[in-house]
Design a binder for this molecule. Structure first.
Ligand code: 2M8
Length: 413
């Protein structure tokens, strides 16, 4: 890679595998020791992607173990708890055991996260050395994936074909400035003033209404159409169509139709020269450009002029052009930008990886090479941190973070 001696890549690969081994519980991978001691949905999808070329069986097991927490509604929860301690809010807040649709024998949260899992399953199928093993895994995962995709349709609060998130935690980009305006509009007297008071209050509202999709659609005060969540859903619909015809022997058409519906709605509802999140309760776009606005770039069929505009924005001084260690999670010039605070500025290996895929599907080879090289530079210099300062590459958040290690493995090839 980039003229570095091969030994560097090999050592980096070994270090990444060591992190994943240390974070492996025997059935799945925790995002990081200590701070995230349970199974997170989005993290598991990235871990499965990273392991796909190296260990097909474990990559598949990562997803299958997540599905043990799937609800009868098809909802794949964003956390499957391994025990009752170590993370707040834990099972005593979520109380999944009181929800008839939640599985017995697993304690889970009651919210979901971006549905990257079908794409991860397709990634396993595409990259596995043992094709038979991969095909067996896909057939086992298929009913869960079908149910997950059906559930997402029940979350179409706007009625235009997009899933609406009911909580910032559902986005996977918790503290993003894209949620500031919808959070500011919550009933102040009832939900506290700080953002994290509001996160907790929103989660309690979801729980007290039984996590019912009808409540999410019609009454819940936070309902946002996020371009990243829906861009990932679209990507996974494409993956479902391919798995249907290449592996399962099912009809790909419903998934192709779903992808077309999401694409159309993204363009109709969220595009205004860039993609923005739509606050459904205020019925307006949230006017801040974040990394989430590049999610629809993952779609191979996004119109050319949209891809050209997004590429220009990504390469401009608002994002990559002014960052030594791209890609910042919020536009650098926005007042909300904060280089050190979680999803409000730092660069993340997960979103860098997604953008490297987007660049690859659109034949943007130079952009892809730049993303791969700068992402590997981040982990070479700072280790497998949770996120990184986009100007000087300083690591932030926890160490030995699983998706940073897993996606490094994939980028090393
Ligand atoms: C972060 O989210 C959790 C809540 O789910 C948190 O802030 O405690 C996000 O970065 C999310 O995308 C990620 O899945 C999770 C675990 O790594 O941490």
């Amino acid at each position: 890679m980039e003229g570095r001696p091969a030994v560097d890549d090999a050592a980096l690969g070994r270090a990444a595998l060591a992190v994943l081994d240390a974070n492996w519980t025997g059935t799945s991978t925790v995002p990081a020791p200590g701070i995230y001691p349970h199974q997170w949905s989005l993290d598991s999808a990235f871990v499965a992607i990273g392991l796909a070329r190296r260990d097909t069986a474990r990559a598949g097991q990562e997803l299958l173990s997540l599905f043990t927490g799937q609800w009868r509604t098809g909802m794949v929860p964003h956390i499957v708890f391994h025990h009752s301690d170590g993370y707040f809010p834990g099972p005593s807040m979520w109380r999944s055991e009181e929800v008839p649709d939640a599985p017995r024998g697993a304690l889970t949260s009651g919210l979901t996260q971006p549905p990257l899992h079908a794409y991860a399953a397709w990634w396993i199928w595409r990259h596995a050395a043992d094709r038979e093993l991969a095909a067996r895994f896909v057939r086992r995962a298929w009913p869960s994936l079908v149910a997950q995709h059906a559930y997402l349709r029940s979350r179409d609060a706007g009625g235009h074909g997009l899933a609406a998130i009911a909580h910032p935690w559902e986005s996977g980009m918790d503290d993003s400035p894209a949620w500031d305006a919808p959070l500011a509009n919550l009933p102040a007297g009832r939900c506290g003033t700080g953002y994290h008071d509001r996160y907790f209050w929103l989660a309690v509202q979801c729980r007290d209404h039984g996590y019912a999709p009808s409540y999410f659609r019609e009454e819940h005060p936070f309902a946002v159409e996020d371009p990243m969540f829906n861009g990932i859903w679209l990507l996974s619909c494409d993956a479902m169509a391919r798995l249907a015809s290449e592996v399962v022997g099912a009809d790909p058409e419903p998934f192709q139709e779903a992808a077309a519906r999401i694409r159309g709605a993204l363009l109709d509802r969220l595009w205004n020269g860039a993609f923005y999140a739509r606050d459904l309760r205020a019925d307006r776009l949230v006017p801040v450009c974040t990394i989430g606005g590049f999610g629809p770039m993952l779609d191979p069929e996004m119109p050319h002029h949209v891809i050209a505009a997004l590429t220009a924005l990504l390469e401009s001084t608002k994002f990559m052009g002014a960052a030594g260690y791209p890609v910042p999670s919020c536009e650098i010039r926005a007042p909300e930008f904060d280089r050190a605070q979680y999803w409000r500025g730092p660069s993340w290996i997960s979103t860098n990886w997604l953008l490297s895929q987007a660049a690859a599907v659109h034949g943007l080879d130079r952009l892809r090479e730049l993303l791969v090289a700068s992402t590997l530079r981040l982990v070479r210099q700072g280790g497998f941190r949770e996120c990184f300062d986009p100007f000087d590459g300083t690591g932030h958040g926890c160490r030995d973070f699983s998706w940073s290690a897993a996606l490094t493995l994939d980028l090393l090839g």
